[in-house]
Design a protein around this ligand. Structure first.
Ligand SMILES: Cc1cc2nc3c(=O)[nH]c(=O)nc-3n(C[C@H](O)[C@H](O)[C@H](O)COP(=O)(O)OP(=O)(O)OC[C@H]3O[C@@H](n4cnc5c(N)ncnc54)[C@H](O)[C@@H]3O)c2cc1C
Length: 552
């Protein structure tokens, strides 16, 4: 734990050395004593300390300094360190100024120079002030701080990325924390781009991308080898299972994940139908266990990079990452899954991430404690989301086009029925959303009568179907009408062979229209969109990979 700071400031070098000596003698065990020879130097130090989230317990400042007086310095420094105790060093002639400072900047004390002997004239005063400071402040958080607005979508994405990758951070809301706002303005200028992410070493990033964040927090972001047996694209259940089976069977495997290991499953509050977990398992727990298992067997995991392209240069397959890096291998397994389909209605775009969310944004649960929220959709994921948010929200209203029993598992329907704070409104479509900077209400239209109804809501979580993450393979791989990647015996045939297929043999199980490139899990056309199925397909793909490797 870093020691709090006592900052002494005086433009007279001899006096400054004397103060420093006396302060160190008494306080060095519990405080770091720092010194500055001018107001400007002290202010820079105060800024640097604030950026590192180091606490300044006490400023001991000479009043008469060229450029910036002691009181002027304290006034500025208080914006960054409002809890610090403030003591002015004065000559007799400055007494009036010091007394004015007591009112003006709530100066705690003024000391006449010289202060000898310190045991009588310095330490008793400072001991009291420091004891008072210690009693009032709580220790500063020493990790990563995310300074943003809860109404900024990018702030939400950054928090989501860090929490899904289990990187501890402290959230600082600039809308309510004035000192943090001063710090953010001094580091980033205007606050049009948020969040500001400040690291323990005092450095910062403004509105960082996932790749920048991943690299900065020390995640593995670069491939360690020029060539692999197999590259796995996507770290959901299918990709993690592929990596575990590839590495455990001696293949040299690398997995590239754009966001966080776990995929959609990683966002599930409780998976109850996965074999071997009778009480259910959280998506986060499952993802963490699978990640540890893949690493244990020697698979390499790269996080924070999106795959944007795939090339065939026989016998090699080249995967292109968003930063332009290329990875090469004999085989590629695509496990990029899918994500929620978005809702295109008036008013929604500016509210995304600030009241409107796709999927179960679990990090936001506590924010909507005692508030009214809506869930849109009638599938199992919507049911799970409603149950999860009902732990926090005052009232959860599920808005769905059809009867729940048409789309949701019976066990979830029963739990929803017995939850006292969940309502279900069926037969409605979302017409528009209202809100200025945050969601205020959701307007729904009855499908049969056209009647319009406004439901007050602070948040709306949308679960309305999916789209595959496979656009970057367009033109390279055969895809179905909805964009899912077609594999094996489902590939469209021409003259007794898959269209464009150049080999004598037929495609292996899970092999796409390009030999040596496989697809498994939710991104694959015809898969059944369940965790167990994704894990099974990912594991089984490695059997086909082995068969393929025997041919190259
Ligand atoms: C909220 C929720 C709850 C669910 N609950 C259950 C449940 O209880 N039981 C159940 O059986 N199923 C459940 N499901 C479904 C289940 O999670 C999915 O079927 C499963 O996660 C699919 O796994 P996957 O690996 O194929 O794809 P995904 O889980 O979608 O993972 C794909 C991964 O690939 C990454 N990726 C995508 N594109 C790229 C790219 N270009 N470059 C690099 N990486 C990329 C993504 O970031 C993602 O991490 C739930 C889904 C959701 C959303």
């Amino acid at each position: 734990m870093a020691k709090p700071v006592i900052l002494a400031v005086d433009d007279d070098a001899a006096v400054l050395s004397a103060i420093e000596r006396d302060l160190r003698q008494q306080y060095r065990a519990d405080y770091r004593v720092m010194k500055a020879e001018s107001g400007a130097e002290a202010l820079d130090a105060a800024k640097e300390l604030a950026a590192r989230n180091r606490q300044v317990a006490l400023f001991l400042v000479d009043q008469r300094m060229p450029g910036m007086s002691g009181l002027e310095l304290l006034r500025e420094a208080m914006r960054l360190h409002p809890a610090s105790r403030r003591v002015l060093l004065t000559a007799y002639a400055d007494t009036d100024v010091a007394i004015a400072g007591i009112n003006d900047i709530t100066l705690d004390h003024y000391l006449m120079k010289p202060w000898d002997p310190p045991e009588e004239r310095l330490y008793p005063v400072l001991d009291d002030l420091l004891a008072e400071w210690r009693a009032r402040v709580r220790p500063a958080f020493e990790g990563i701080r995310v300074l943003g607005s809860q109404w900024s979508p990018q702030s939400y994405s950054t928090k989501d990325f860090l929490s899904r990758n289990r990187v501890p951070y402290e959230w600082v809301d600039l809308d309510i924390d004035a000192p943090a706002r001063s710090l953010a303005e001094s580091l980033a200028g205007d606050l049009t781009r948020l969040p500001l992410v400040i690291f323990p070493d005092g450095t910062h990033l403004i509105a960082p991308t996932s790749g920048e964040l991943a690299a900065k927090v020390g995640m593995h972001t670069q491939a360690s080898q020029p060539f692999y047996d197999v590259i796995v694209i996507g770290g959901g259940p299918a990709g993690l299972a592929t990596a575990v089976y590839a590495a455990s069977e001696g293949l040299n495997a690398v997995l590239v994940e754009s966001q966080a290991p776990g995929g959609q499953a990683g966002t599930s509050s409780l998976i109850e139908n996965y074999l071997g977990f009778p009480s259910g398992v959280t998506g986060e727990d499952l993802a963490q266990r699978a990640t540890a298992q893949a690493r244990k067997f020697g698979a390499e995991l790269i996080t924070g990079h999106e795959v944007v392209g795939l090339r065939r240069e026989d016998p090699y397959r080249t995967v292109v990452l968003s930063d332009g890096t290329e990875l090469n291998a004999y085989c590629v397994v695509i496990t990029t899954g899918m994500s929620a389909r978005t809702l295109d209605i008036p008013g929604i775009a500016p509210l995304q991430g600030v009241g409107v969310y796709y999927g179960a944004a679990m990090t936001e649960g506590a924010r909507y404690r005692d508030k009214d929220i809506c869930i849109v959709g009638g599938a199992n994921s919507a049911g799970q989301g409603a149950l999860f948010f009902s732990r926090y929200a005052k009232r959860v209203t599920i808005l769905v086009r059809r009867e729940l029993k048409a789309t949701m598992s019976q066990y979830l329907i029963e739990r929803i029925r017995s939850a006292p704070n969940i309502d279900v409104i069926t037969g409605v479509e979302i017409d528009r959303v209202n809100g200025n900077g945050s969601l205020e209400s959701v307007v729904v239209k009855e499908k049969t009568t056209g009647e319009v109804r406004t439901i007050p809501a602070s948040a709306m979580f949308i679960f309305i179907g999916v789209q595959p993450h496979a656009d970057c393979f367009d033109g390279t791989l055969e895809r179905d009408e909805a964009g899912f990647v077609i594999t094996g015996s489902d590939l469209p045939m021409e003259h007794g062979k898959p269209r464009g297929w150049t080999l004598e043999r037929m495609p292996f199980m899970f092999e796409t229209s390009v030999p040596g490139v496989f697809a498994a899990g939710d991104v694959r056309s015809g898969s059944n969109h369940r965790v167990a199925a994704a894990v099974g397909e990912g594991s089984a793909t490695i059997h086909s990979v082995h068969r393929y490797l025997q041919t190259v």
